[in-house]
Write a protein that binds this ligand. Structure first.
Ligand SMILES: CCCCCCCCCCCCCCCC(=O)SCCNC(=O)CCNC(=O)[C@H](O)C(C)(C)COP(=O)(O)OP(=O)(O)OC[C@H]1O[C@@H](n2cnc3c(N)ncnc32)[C@H](O)[C@@H]1OP(=O)(O)O
Length: 202
């Protein structure tokens, strides 16, 4: 028996419900224009980096308002069961897409909580068409949703997610990341430029 509610989504845990004090998200005036590719936030990121041979190589594109579209094609390296995508990989694709939304807010944030509904199996070679948007913001907390469809941007839903991202300072990465990668990132002028653009966010 399905527990889906009339909107076709399963109820998320209360931690993913924005509080009454939450406000609608505000697109940063310098956010990439709708249709523009965002590019990788870090070359070695498993989700979006070009430098990870078995990464997802997900390319996110700015949408209208505070929304993102992205595509991810399931490769043999992403299998769980024979010929089918691993659920954790699909969750990674959702996480990456949801994380990209924070670029449009010009906020550095990390995933605090992420709930995924797996609705349909996703075979190898399938392209997952992802759409995500920020629903609300409450202080440092960013409430977002995402859906992944197969067969096309309007195809049947395969996965959906709700997430809570928490805004952090750059120090979050500097203090916690392995020193060798942090040193390399800080020596990369492109990386520093990307981070600075977020830091000056009023
Ligand atoms: C040179 C360097 C270059 C760097 C360049 C970086 C570029 C930009 C990279 C972005 C990367 C993206 C990649 C994809 C997105 C990931 O995958 S991010 C990786 C996965 N996530 C993590 O590793 C986060 C690990 N967790 C943490 O570090 C800490 O728990 C957090 C999330 C920062 C929160 O800790 P905190 O700052 O001490 O905040 P805390 O006071 O505990 O919580 C703040 C509020 O959030 C709520 N909250 C916190 N966690 C939760 C939770 N799990 N559930 C519900 N509520 C929660 C708290 O209840 C609290 O609520 P209020 O009391 O304010 O109402």
């Amino acid at each position: 028996m399905s527990t889906a509610n009339p909107r076709g989504t399963n109820p998320a845990s209360s931690a993913l419900t924005p509080p009454p004090s939450a406000i609608p998200p505000v697109r940063h005036p310098d956010a990439p224009a709708p249709g523009e590719l965002l590019g990788a936030h870090y070359e070695d990121c498993f989700g979006c980096g070009g430098g990870q041979p078995h990464g997802l190589h997900l390319q996110a594109r700015a949408g209208e308002g505070v929304s993102i579209t992205a595509e991810f094609t399931v490769k043999p390296a992403h299998q769980g069961a024979p010929g089918l995508a691993h659920g954790g990989v699909l969750t990674s694709a959702l996480d990456e897409t949801l994380g990209s939304l924070n670029w449009l807010l010009r906020t550095i944030a990390v995933t605090g909580r992420l709930e995924t509904d797996f609705v349909r199996p996703v075979p190898v070679d399938t392209t997952l068409f992802l759409q995500a948007e920020v629903a609300a913001v409450a202080g440092r907390k960013i409430y977002s949703t995402a859906v992944g469809r197969i067969g096309g941007p309007d195809g049947p839903v395969a996965v959906r997610a709700q997430a809570l991202f928490i805004e952090v300072k750059v120090d979050h990465f500097i203090d916690n990341g392995r020193p060798e990668e942090i040193r390399a990132a800080m020596a990369d002028p492109d990386q520093i430029r990307r981070v600075r653009a977020f830091e000056v966010n009023p």
